[in-house]
Write a protein of this length. Structure first.
Length: 514
């Protein structure tokens, strides 16, 4: 069965009920393109689909093929047209009287298939990751041993539940600990929901922290110089305090001013996050060290973790007492990590997937004969066991001159300038690097921003990179990249191929004559 709804209590109720009966749950991202949903429904051979309302089904139905195996669509609210024989309202479909649990149903084998989670598909069609009950529960349990949760904690669930990180670490983990889970209305309302719900634990992707940092930087550009100096002094003092707490440095006199700086500067920012956060966890993509240092300097206990859908998903995570911000922490209990050829991170443990649905060839490539999952991520492991992810083995641009450039690192550096909302760097097989950029309207207003001016601002952020990593041409695109227009994954990662195809004419212009 598949679930296609925004985060809400009913999502988890159906999820847990289905898996306890031995059914296999396929989560769908509710704002995904209908053709992408149709692909998953067909590939996973889904027979029962739970949706929030009839309009979702009306948008999806034209994209389903005649080979669809759907037998029933359940709508949580609203009704479908009478001509649709598949649709039923949840209230009519569910039994009116509670039924006794039957021992006929259930799961006896912990290695039985529990869910098929489709990968984001940044470089092609999504693959269905098969996770067993053991995969999921062992990962949630091991994560709880590393990151403590308590009965008085409140988690705010806002990442899509179709994302393995949110489902396992954001919901199953707090349920194991007896914590409370509150559901956000979605990313557009996140700022309001943080203040209203006042979570104590927040699990997020880096993009959310980047947005907050960018907003602060934009405000500081128009602030009096004394206020900028005060803010920067507070961040530096908080950072010194963090290093001292981690045992990396001795006491610094500036720490004496922290209570005052916290009251004058840090508390104002932390109140925008609800004012009660005792822990924030970033995962799903690398967190820029500049962003990490900023929040730690503001007194927010921000830790970075690492995982993949194929590992159910958490592999490693820092803790508040052992927090190396440049790393993604140490492996969870029971999880083994080693470096293979070219420094590739390989994972072994009870969370490693059963394989890819209907794709034995891809499974054989991903999991070797000894049970090691090959992540495709390039990493380093320090003597204390902390893991650093330093890039993707395949996500490296190789220019026509043979120079190798990690595009994500360059993009992250450019986005430190608050003018740039989104950036895609390209140059594979080309003589130089170019970029497509989306500008923030409020920052671009009234500015003289021709290509030369943009290049000057872009390359000012790349002073730490080699000269061959400089951007030579740039094009501005008006439409922000989003999940809805198919240019971002549900976890807000760039779909590089889709973006370059969408803006093919602009890309060709950037390399005209070469």
């Amino acid at each position: 069965m598949a679930i296609c709804m925004p985060n809400r209590m009913e999502w988890l109720l159906f999820d847990l009920a289905a898996m306890s009966l031995g059914l296999v749950v396929v989560p769908l991202y509710p704002h995904d393109r209908p053709e992408a949903m149709a692909y998953i429904l067909k590939n996973a051979e889904v027979k029962l689909l739970l949706m929030e309302e009839g309009s979702q089904w009306q948008a999806l139905e034209p994209h389903l093929s005649e080979q669809s195996e759907l037998q029933r669509i359940i709508l949580l609210q609203g009704h479908c047209s009478e001509s649709c024989g598949l649709c039923r309202a949840a209230g009519d479909w569910l039994p009116q009287e509670p039924q006794l649990w039957s021992s006929t149903y259930g799961v006896d084998d912990p290695d039985a298939l529990a869910t098929i989670v489709y990968t984001s598909g940044t470089t092609g069609p999504p693959k269905g990751v098969m996770l067993s009950h053991r995969n999921i529960l062992s990962n949630a349990s091991a994560s709880l041993k590393r990151i403590a949760a308590y009965t008085d904690d409140r988690f705010l669930s806002f990442l899509p539940l179709s994302h393995a990180l949110e489902r396992t670490a954001g919901c199953y983990l707090p349920m194991m600990a007896g914590s409370e889970v509150a559901f956000s209305r979605g990313i557009p309302y996140l700022s309001e929901d943080l203040v209203a719900m006042q979570p104590t634990v927040l699990i997020s992707v880096p993009r959310i922290f980047e947005r907050i940092h960018s907003e602060v930087e934009a405000k500081l550009q128009h602030a009096p110089s004394w206020k900028v100096r005060l803010f920067n002094y507070a961040v530096e003092s908080g950072w010194e305090r963090f290093l001292h707490q981690q045992g990396q440095t001795g006491f610094h006199a500036r720490e004496l001013l922290w209570p005052l700086l916290k009251q004058m500067v840090a508390d104002k920012l932390l109140k925008k996050l609800g004012g009660r956060l005792r822990l924030a966890i970033s995962g799903g993509a690398p967190l820029d060290p500049v962003i990490s240092r900023f929040f730690l300097g503001m007194g927010l206990p921000l830790v970075q973790g690492y995982g993949l859908t194929e590992t159910a998903p958490v592999v490693s995570v820092n803790t508040p007492l052992d927090n190396a911000p440049e790393s993604v922490g140490q492996p969870l209990p029971g999880v083994q990590v080693r470096l293979a050829e070219q420094g590739e991170l390989c994972i072994k443990g009870p969370g490693v997937m059963r394989g890819y649905w209907h794709d034995a060839a891809a499974t054989d490539v991903a999991i070797d004969h000894e049970g090691w999952y090959h992540t495709g991520d390039k990493g380093e492991i320090d003597p204390d066991g902390h893991i650093r992810v330093v890039g993707r083995l395949k996500e490296i641009l190789v220019t026509a001159t043979g120079r190798k450039v990690p595009p994500a690192d360059v993009e992250g550096a450019i986005q430190r300038d608050p003018l740039f909302s989104q950036v895609l760097v390209m140059g594979e097989g080309r003589p130089y690097l170019s970029a497509l950029v989306v500008l923030k309207p409020e920052m671009a207003k009234g500015e003289e921003l021709d290509e030369l001016a943009l290049l000057e601002r872009i390359n000012a952020q790349l002073h730490a990179f080699p000269r061959y990593a400089e951007i030579v041409r740039v094009a501005v695109v008006a439409e922000p990249w989003s999940v809805e227009n198919g240019l971002l994954t549900p976890t807000l990662k760039l779909k590089r191929g889709a973006i370059m195809a969408h803006y093919r004419d602009q890309v060709n212009t950037l390399y005209q004559g070469h």
